[in-house]
Every structure is written in structure tokens, then in C-alpha cells.
Design a protein around this ligand. Sequence first.
Ligand code: FNR
Length: 183
Amino acid sequence: ATHHVVVIAGSLRKESFTLKIANALTKLAPDTLKLDVVTLHDISFFNQDLESAPPADWVAFREKIQKSSGVLFVTPEYNRSIPGVLKNAIDVASRPYGKSSFLGKPVGIISNSPGPLGGVSAAKHLQNILPGISGPIMGQPEIYLNGVGDAFDDKGELIKESLLAVLKQYIDAYAAFVSRHHR
Ligand code: FNR
């Protein structure tokens, strides 16, 4: 069977390494996994006052996640956490209370950084945020991609062999995880 997975890219930057990694994953994924990369430019600020009449962009984002068989987060690290835009999108999709769009969805987490630590603190924060509002989070393999600054050619294609190898391993494991846990 083919499973459709939403890949959430946590950076709005045009030349974002995060987005390039998300795009690279669409090519590395096995045939059983169709990846739909989404960016967060259009998600308006969460505001509890708007919950009774949610903006169209919230509704569209929630529905996209609800229809998926899994959610894969690709995030950079901002000040040892996840970017505010990503937290905002998670807050939007987590509501209404008890009806999180992530419920039951098998989750994967990929952090990255041009620096040496691979955004590990951002990934760890996601692991704190998600358990109450999502399905199972894949614990192994872990992946914190460091040194991503020289990983792409001028067309934005991922060309660094070491990163390609670990990403391939990860996406194959995640495909198996989705097959086991989707509902
Ligand atoms: C950063 N950056 C960064 N990197 C890191 O490894 N740990 C960190 O805590 C931070 N903190 C941080 C805060 C803010 C506000 C910015 C703008 C940047 C650097 C970051 O990894 C780098 O800008 C990446 O290129 C961001 O990801 P994208 O946009 O390339 O996907």
C-alpha cells in the first residue's frame, strides 16, 4: 500500500537547508511513501479568540494533516529550540482541545544545522511537545544532521554522500514505522 505523509518544513527561508532536505527526502523515499512537503508561510498566528470561527488557512492545514498517514517534521534549530513558526503551526493543528489533527499519526523528527550539533536541541523539544497531541514518535533511528551548509549544489540538490546515506536509512525506517502504525 502507498502511504501519504505530510512533511512539515520548519523554516520560511527561500534557500532553507531544511526545505532542501525535505525536498531531497521526496526523492529518497521508497515507493510506498508519498511525501507532500508543506511550508508554513500561510499559517496565521494562533489565537484562541478565533477558535469558534477558525481562519481558512488553519482549517486547510488541519485537514491536510488529518488526511495523511503520518507527519514528518524537518526542523532547524533556533536558540536551542524549534522556530516560532513551527511551534505556531503545531499549536494550530493541536486544536480544538482533544481533537489534535496529529492524533494517531506516526511521527518522524529530523533536525538539521550548518553547525556541529545538528539541531539536536530542537529535535528534543519536539519530542517534548508532541506526545500529548500525536501518535507514536519514532525513537530509532535518531537523526540530527550537522554540517548541512555545504551539502547542496547550486540547484539546491542534496549532494553530500554522508547525509544522503543517513537520510536514506532514516526514510526507509520511517516508511516501515508508518506501515506498522498508521490508521
Ligand atoms: C539560528 N541558528 C542556530 N543554529 C544552531 O545550530 N543552534 C541554534 O540554537 C541556532 N539559533 C539560531 C537562532 C536564530 C534566530 C537564527 C536565525 C538562526 C542558525 C541556523 O541553524 C541557520 O540559520 C540555518 O540555516 C537555519 O535553517 P534553514 O533556514 O537553513 O532551514
